[in-house]
Design a binder for this molecule. Structure first.
Ligand SMILES: Cc1ncc(COP(=O)(O)O)c(C=O)c1O
Ligand SMILES: N[C@@H](CCOP(=O)(O)O)C(=O)O
Length: 553
């Protein structure tokens, strides 16, 4: 049952439905947690989701638990003890969060009025990705040690992680996996399109199992290369590919914990205006839709969430879906004054991606949206009154057809009215321009002295708008938790641009953490590659072979 064997669906006695997994495109089901974590992406190109979302029964009694105990209660609903015994899971969780600088792991601070910031940047690489990637690194290690017991050399199960990053996933994955046995990490970033600190955080890690590849292209090209590698049966079988992007289910799962944790922090901090059972609103800076999807799982598990507010930058495919029901890439049009490409007054690329001040969200297609689409299609299918197998099959077919249109025609929709209405029931969306991002950083610094990173600023501006709207709606949540996804020092350019004229502001003194000082003096290792998945495949083959030779395999 464990060790990678599928759990065999309904006849399995040791896994609840929420501990068995299926693919959003319908061709894979009855998989164990270990299988989906190690496989990353399903063979049919779909993403894994649990066959059912569990109710967090008795969640109210978790309100005073420390982060790690809360994490255990939530994660164990999705992981059978027959796969990871309780003590082992607790140990993995404890080790994963012992690397965080804040004792609460993800502290909540009041920003202004009823807006609260959930600071997710206290892990090793100063971005929210650490919350899931510290856990995922330890999880990989746990499964590999177990699979490799008594094995030597090339008989060992060696995982080849391939990931795409617009800056933050890369360093968080590298810090989660550097030096770990039986894992090689290949991290693809768009050359010249991540912030200088992000690039240094990745390329100055010199462990032999870490390989940074700078791709001539954008983040979506990197993400497409990763998906093409997973779709190639040959490399996937010979190199046992693994995923660290939020296509990996464990990423989403680990992120659900801080939705619960911040709800309980708010209870303690606002005893007079926030009671157990009251609804709260979350605003989430969004790109690949992984962070906010974790909030959707928390909501479906029973956490009282009023609305999840999607905050996009000018790469706004998600915002356009919520407004129109159409999910489509948008080609670039027009030339700027210097003859370069532009879209709505912002520097853009032929592929339609705009270069914004929040580069980690410069994403054309949000991969995790596919998971939400499955749940929306499943809900729609369920209204036909057929049995559950039929509903799931229909949902898989619908998602496959939408995704095929996205690939072949550049988009799909408008989706059925009921599907869009279901999406609007739990989510709202806002699109924040670069100018609004700068204005928000400036305003919050002036008003309360807090320095926001540009991604967090996108979330805060969306939170402010959502609160204004809610003021008109009877029964709407009073408080908003806005997710702070990165430390401002990672995005010096935008922060300095916003605050350069503020009296007394000094980036080095006010913002820069000691961990970043001197990074630019360190030795770096990075290889340039073309935007061509076969070229990347060759690099992966060659460099894994070199690693094996150096290990004497
Ligand atoms: C700092 C930062 N904020 C927000 C996001 C968007 O999160 P998601 O891709 O999960 O929507 C990212 C990248 O993923 C990020 O690095
Ligand atoms: N913004 C991300 C892009 C990758 O997203 P992921 O959450 O799917 O890993 C990054 O910083 O790399």
């Amino acid at each position: 049952m464990s060790n990678g064997v599928a759990v065999n669906g309904a006849s399995d006695q040791t896994h609840t439905a929420s501990q068995r997994y299926l693919s959003t495109r319908g061709e894979d089901s009855g998989l164990s947690f270990e299988e989906v974590v190690l496989k990353g992406l399903a063979n049919d190109g779909g993403l894994y989701i649990p066959e059912a979302i569990p109710a967090a029964t008795g969640w109210e009694s978790w309100k005073d638990l420390p982060f790690v105990d809360l994490a255990y209660n939530i994660l164990s609903l999705y992981i059978s003890p027959s796969e990871i015994p309780a003590d082992d899971l607790k140990d993995i969780i404890n080790r994963s969060y012992s690397t965080f600088r804040a004792p609460e792991v993800t502290p909540l601070v009041n920003l202004q009025g009823d807006i609260h910031l959930l600071e997710l940047f206290h892990g090793p690489t100063f971005a929210f990705k650490d919350v899931a990637l510290q856990f995922l690194g330890n999880l990989f290690e746990y499964f590999l040690v177990r699979r490799n017991e008594g094995k030597t050399g090339r008989d060992r199960y060696h995982l080849t992680v391939v990931g795409a990053t617009s800056g933050d996933t890369g360093s968080a994955a590298i810090y989660g996996l550097r030096g770990k046995k039986d894992v090689s990490v290949f991290m693809l970033h768009p050359k010249g399109r991540v912030s200088p600190i992000q690039e240094l955080q990745m390329t100055t890690v010199l462990d032999a199992n870490v390989h940074n590849l700078a791709v001539t292209g954008n983040f979506d090209n990197c993400q497409d290369i990763v998906k093409a590698l997973f779709a190639d049966p040959e490399i996937n079988a010979t190199h046992k590919l693994g995923a660290v992007n939020s296509i990996n289910w464990a990423r989403i799962l680990a992120q659900t914990v801080y939705y619960f944790h911040s709800y309980f922090s708010l209870l303690r901090q606002q005893p007079s205006s926030f009671k157990l059972g009251d609804k709260v609103r979350f605003a989430v800076p969004s790109g690949n839709f992984g962070d906010i999807l974790a909030g959707y799982f928390a909501l479906r598990m029973g956490l009282p969430i009023d609305k999840l507010v999607i905050a996009t930058n000018e790469n706004d495919i998600l915002d356009r879906f919520w407004k129109t029901g159409r999910y489509e890439k948008k080609p670039t049009y027009g030339k700027d004054a210097k003859g370069g490409l532009e879209q709505d007054g912002v520097k853009a690329h032929e592929d339609g991606v705009k270069e914004t001040l929040s580069p980690a969200m410069d994403i054309l297609v949000s991969s995790n949206f596919e998971r939400l689409l499955w749940f929306l299609a499943y809900e729609f299918a369920s209204s036909a009154g057929m049995d559950d197998d039929w509903n799931k099959k229909q949902a898989g077919q619908e998602v496959s057809s939408w995704l095929s249109d996205l690939k072949n025609k550049g988009g799909f929709g408008p989706v059925y009215k009921d599907v869009l209405e279901a999406a609007r029931r739990n989510f709202e969306s806002e699109r924040i321009s670069d100018q609004e991002t700068l204005d928000t950083i400036k305003a919050l610094y002036k008003e309360v002295g807090y320095v926001l990173d540009p991604h967090t600023a996108v979330g805060v501006e969306a939170a402010r708008r959502a609160e204004k709207r809610a003021a008109e709606e009877p029964g709407a949540a009073k408080h908003t938790i806005s997710l702070s996804t990165a430390h401002p020092a990672k995005f010096a350019g935008a922060v300095e641009l916003a605050l350069e004229e503020e009296q007394g502001f000094n980036f080095e003194e006010n913002v820069l953490p000691p961990e970043f000082i001197g990074l630019d003096q360190r030795e770096k290792r990075v290889k340039d590659v073309e935007n061509d998945w076969k070229a990347v495949r060759d690099v992966v083959r060659t460099e894994v072979e070199e690693e094996f030779k150096s290990l004497g395999y």
